[in-house]
Design a protein around this ligand. Structure first.
Ligand code: CTP
Length: 442
């Protein structure tokens, strides 16, 4: 669905946005009455401090695009720390303060939590930033809302709406955000943006694909020039952005575009040539076949599927992925090297022997990634049925039959399981007879 479709469904047209009364009703509608009255209380307190309260960034962007979200950021062009202390004295709750950034986190009282649906609220003083060194944390100082908005990544994220009494709904658009929102363009505010923070390259592509926008040619050129700076960004920060991408509705579009611009290859050279069409087909299949509530790790496995095991592990090392995720990739690599043992000629017990230690993630990746129909069927059969088959007899039963604890027990239980799998036995009675024979022949 295009942005225009979304907007027309909601009966709202960005092009015909004229006055701040239009925006105030959009904000009121998006927040709902409880949250609105809470925000009004905060804005009255802010006003008493001779400051204005703004809702900024992604919330305003999405609101004007007709995709309202409840993820909002508030900025005060005054002292957010003093304000937060006053709010706690009047409305209860607790506050934690970050003096260096002029920010406060207000943990709401139980009463406010149930009224607003929020657990906490970040209150931020408007500030400007300067970066001493690329990819490092910036120096910050209090500044006006205009300069607070200027430190943001893309023009469409620089919009703010004033929530103060008498100014409610006034749009602050100092950096061309509204124009770019109307023309579906994504661009940085200044040529140092990716130097200040190279992870913005990943954010740019994620946002472009999510919103169905176009990154401008100038911004693409700045990205290409800044690619080597990704070498200085920690694996943790890059992985965090990749995780966000993998939680998008259509991550494959983002990954393909990252590769096209050269970002994927700059993160790790092995990711420069992953075939886009294959990814598109397999990610769509994953949405159909994955059994997991969180499909992102399956996407990650599919993204790296065409790489050798050494390349995959090197990517894991670069991205500092968890040992659990790395283990799934090792398992996938191992199964990839023995796929012929899982073809139509494989017995169920062969299938189980080869797949028994696989994580749910690795299984979902293989079910989707493997091209051979026969192998795929066997993996799916293991995932859906074979792995749950267990003999009726357990270890205690064998001890009661006089066996001593030790490896014999495990061997017999495994033998029973394989007998069930391959149809050698198919009833409790047949299992009992086999148990007796196995115990006797030890
Ligand atoms: N921001 C930035 N540079 C970054 C990360 C964030 O300038 N590297 C700014 C963006 O302008 C953004 C705001 O900080 O609007 C809040 O960040 P975040 O909540 O991550 O962004 P959203 O735009 O709300 O979108 P999403 O939640 O999808 O990341």
């Amino acid at each position: 669905m295009s942005n225009n479709d979304v907007k027309s469904i909601l009966g709202f047209d960005l092009m015909s946005l004229h006055s701040f009364s239009d925006i105030s009703s959009l904000v009121e509608h998006a927040l709902g009455s409880e949250l609105l009255s809470f925000i009004n209380d905060i804005s009255i307190k802010t006003d008493e401090n001779d400051a204005d309260l703004y809702i900024v960034g992604g919330f305003v962007r999405d609101l004007l695009l007709g995709r309202p979200s409840m993820d909002f950021d508030l900025v005060i062009d005054g002292d957010a720390i003093r304000l937060s202390n006053e709010l706690v004295s009047e409305f209860g709750g607790e506050v934690t303060i970050h003096r260096r950034f002029g920010t406060a986190k207000w943990y709401l009282s139980e009463e406010l939590v149930s009224a607003t649906g929020l657990n906490s609220l970040d209150l931020v003083s408007s500030r400007s930033e300067s970066y001493d060194k690329p990819a490092q944390l910036p120096d910050v100082k209090p500044d006006s809302i205009k300069w607070d908005l200027q430190r943001r990544d893309f023009t469409v994220n620089t919009l703010a709406v004033n929530l103060s009494p008498g100014k409610f709904g006034e749009l602050v658009d100092c950096w061309g955000g509204l124009e770019d929102l109307k023309t579906n363009l994504l661009q940085v505010l200044h040529s140092r943006s990716f130097i200040d923070d190279p992870t913005r390259m990943l954010r740019a592509v994620r946002l472009e694909q999510r919103l169905d926008f176009n990154i401008t040619d100038d911004t693409v050129q700045l990205m290409v020039a800044s690619l080597p700076l990704l070498d200085d960004v920690s694996g943790d920060r890059i992985r965090h952005e990749i995780e966000k991408i993998l939680h998008e509705e259509c991550p494959e579009a983002v990954l393909v575009r990252l590769q096209e611009i050269g970002v994927a290859g700059a993160i790790h050279s092995s990711m420069a040539y992953i075939v886009g069409e294959w990814l598109e087909t397999k990610f769509a299949l994953a949405r159909e076949y994955s059994l997991l509530a969180d499909i992102a790790p399956v996407y990650f496995g599919l993204w790296l599927y065409s790489l050798s095991i050494d390349e995959s592990l090197s990517v894991c090392n670069r991205l500092q992925v968890s040992t659990k995720a790395e283990e799934s990739l090792r398992q996938i690599g191992r199964v990839k090297s023995i796929l012929s043992e899982l073809d139509a000629s494989a017995n169920p017990s062969d299938v189980v022997r080869n797949l028994d230690d696989l994580s749910d993630i690795a299984l979902d990746v293989l079910v989707v990634a493997v091209d051979s129909q026969d192998v795929r069927k066997n993996i799916e059969k293991f995932r859906n049925e074979l792995r749950f088959i267990q003999p009726v007899t357990n270890g205690n039963d064998l001890l009661e039959l006089g066996l001593m604890p030790g490896p014999d027990l495990g061997r017999i239980l495994l033998r029973l399981k394989m007998a069930w799998l391959d149809g050698e036995i198919s009833s409790k009675e047949e299992e009992r007879v086999l148990v007796e024979a196995l115990v006797a022949e030890r």
